[in-house]
Design a protein around this ligand. Structure first.
Ligand SMILES: CC(C)(COP(=O)(O)OP(=O)(O)OC[C@H]1O[C@@H](n2cnc3c(N)ncnc32)[C@H](O)[C@@H]1OP(=O)(O)O)[C@@H](O)C(=O)NCCC(=O)NCCS
Length: 190
């Protein structure tokens, strides 16, 4: 279990599963996170969610899977993952999801600053990667702010609400993390 100023990042517990299903059923959340059909997810989808939470580092792609909760109240806020498909290259793929009611208060930034620090210092990653839909401007801003750089685009790679969108590929290297954003890193745990 990890702690930042305002957040707890902890393992999945069985009673998180209903919150996770609700999270997936928030239209704005699903729109930002899935390239798949935007449809209500039924109870059966819990099995898939549970499967993801219970994958094992170095056996499955999972390396880091945490539930994000608010330190003050213990409320479920969302989750954050890093998957590694090829351990030789030490490249982790990051995903973060927060429930709508927690957006815009710096929680995403706080969780990412901690996780990037942990990813490079303790999980021994060499780079962290992600893909983000171009209309998800909030997420792009957040990722840029914590040091990710655009590395390419899958042009018109995803169909969302009547239009093709690029998937922006972003990444941050270990050496960039060390040098570029010293001023922000202090916020993560102080
Ligand atoms: C993307 C997400 C994690 C951002 O979390 P958040 O807690 O709202 O972001 P923060 O409040 O920490 O914002 C940090 C910075 O990002 C930018 N930002 C975040 N959301 C923004 C938005 N909707 N519009 C404009 N800027 C935004 C701001 O510039 C902010 O910097 P500032 O403090 O200098 O203003 C959250 O919106 C989310 O979970 N969305 C749904 C799931 C999703 O899309 N995940 C990303 C998939 S790639």
């Amino acid at each position: 279990m990890f702690e930042t100023n305002r957040l707890i990042l902890r393992p999945f517990q069985e009673n998180d599963i209903n919150f996770m299903l609700d999270l997936w059923n928030e239209p704005e959340v699903q729109r930002g996170t899935t390239a798949d059909y935007l449809v209500p997810r039924s109870k059966k989808f819990k099995e898939k969610l549970r499967e993801w939470t219970q994958s094992v580092p170095q056996v499955d792609n999972a390396l880091f899977y945490v539930i994000i909760t608010l330190k003050e109240t213990g409320e479920f806020m969302g989750n954050l993952t890093i998957n590694v498909s090829n351990h030789k290259n030490r490249d982790g793929t990051l995903g973060i999801t927060l429930s709508r009611k927690f957006w815009g208060r710096g929680y995403g930034q706080e969780a990412l600053l901690f996780t990037l620090d942990h990813a490079f210092k303790s999980l021994a990653l060499h780079r962290v990667s992600l893909g983000v839909f171009e209309s998800n401007v909030g997420a792009v801003k957040l990722y840029t702010k914590v040091g990710f750089k655009e590395e390419g685009r899958i042009r018109k790679g995803v169909w969302i609400e009547g239009a093709w969108e690029d998937v922006i590929l972003m990444g941050i290297l270990e050496e960039e993390w060390r040098s570029d954003i010293q001023h922000l890193r202090a916020d993560a745990t102080s």
